[in-house]
Design a protein. Structure first.
Length: 354
């Protein structure tokens, strides 16, 4: 199997990534590193490793992540191709867990995992807040901090909202890539768009176990080019709605993208429309994709909560709308914490509507 690791100016982090791959419990792999025209000492760091499993390839110039990944897909020799980023770290059992999963699940062509997110923010308040949240979530055994939808049906449904797999955590069958000539196409949200096309050809899954530590920082593409990323992601969301056969007009499209981006800014009438839309999606997920009501409710609830929180200045009218959504009654016990946080925010405002 092949571990595909593109890198550009990653001298300060790539060593940790390489170490985590070389320390895997599954040792039969090639680590294909593609240096995308780095101008720092990245090549020198990589060259210091004497392990014969490392295969270093250089781009003549900086091609960018999309072209570099496509080159890697063409060069990979393994039966399976695992993705890895230069600033992330694999957990020791990652490759073994994913290989055994794919060996046992021939219908699945792409498998990811849950991820642990760590912040490298220089802002001490941001870093402290991230660490505190991680500690609380771990203590309460709340998996949403590292949660990605698990089954193929959950992934297909979640894909209408956001990217359902963590890119550096995935492993894909090379036969799927080659048979359907699958390559990355978008410059931004390239993985999201890629999974949407993969989902039309094969089943997708996530192993419900943290197998990767993902570093979140200001130079992440989704943060650095936020507007471009959002535009591309919105295109994928609309395409996925169409692929699943969910009819949508322009107003519903705009509403859906606002909800998915946690950018709802409507009044009570708009919040009511959001409730009806999300209820419609939940019923679709149950009837057409076979999800149970609790599972569908869990997938839409963050977007509903965010919309209601954005309308908290409407007071108890927003809270009553929140509670009236058909799927709220089916949320897990841990959701009560943020439900009553919303209640507190609504109580702090006087309703301007009866």
């Amino acid at each position: 199997m092949t571990v595909l690791l593109p890198v550009y100016n990653g001298a300060d982090v790539v060593g940790n990534a390489i170490d985590s791959v070389l320390a895997q419990s599954w040792g039969d792999f090639e680590l294909l590193i593609i240096d995308d025209g780095s101008m720092d000492t990245t090549t020198r760091v990589i060259a210091a490793y004497a392990d014969q499993r490392i295969r270093l390839v250089h781009n003549d110039s900086n091609l960018g992540i999309t072209a570099t990944l496509n080159r890697g897909l063409g060069l990979a020799r393994g039966k399976y191709i695992a993705r890895m980023d230069a600033d992330d770290v694999c957990h020791p059992l990652r490759l073994e867990r994913q290989i055994r999963f794919l060996d046992a699940s021939p219908e699945t062509g792409v498998v990811g995992s849950w991820t642990e997110i760590v912040s490298t923010a220089s802002d001490s308040r941001t870093a402290a807040r991230t660490m505190a949240r991680a500690i609380v979530y771990k203590a309460l055994r709340i998996d949403s901090y590292v949660f990605h939808p698990q089954s193929d049906a959950e992934i297909r449904f979640f894909m209408i909202f956001n990217c359902p797999l963590s890119h550096p955590s995935i492993m894909v069958r090379r036969t799927v890539v080659d048979e359907y000539d699958l390559r990355y196409e978008f410059r931004f949200a390239e993985d999201y768009e890629f999974w949407a096309r993969c989902a039309q050809r094969t089943q997708l899954a996530n192993i419900p176990e943290v197998l990767l530590t993902y570093r979140q920082h200001s130079s992440n593409t989704s943060k650095k080019y936020a507007a471009d990323y959002r535009a591309c992601a919105n295109l994928v969301r609309v395409r996925q709605l169409e692929t699943l056969g969910i009819p949508v007009d322009q107003s519903e499209r705009d509403l859906h993208c606002a909800l998915a981006n946690y950018d709802f800014a409507g009044d009570l009438d708009g919040l009511h429309a959001a409730k009806l839309w999300l209820e419609k999606l939940v019923e679709f997920a149950i009837a057409k994709l076979g999800l149970d009501r609790e599972g569908a409710a869990r997938l839409v609830s963050p977007y509903w909560y965010s919309a209601c929180a954005a309308s908290a200045d409407e007071g108890m009218a927003a809270w009553r709308l929140f509670r009236s959504a058909a799927f709220v009654a089916h949320l897990n016990w841990w959701s009560f914490a943020w439900q009553y946080r919303l209640l507190g925010r609504c109580l702090a405002h006087r309703s301007t509507r009866i």
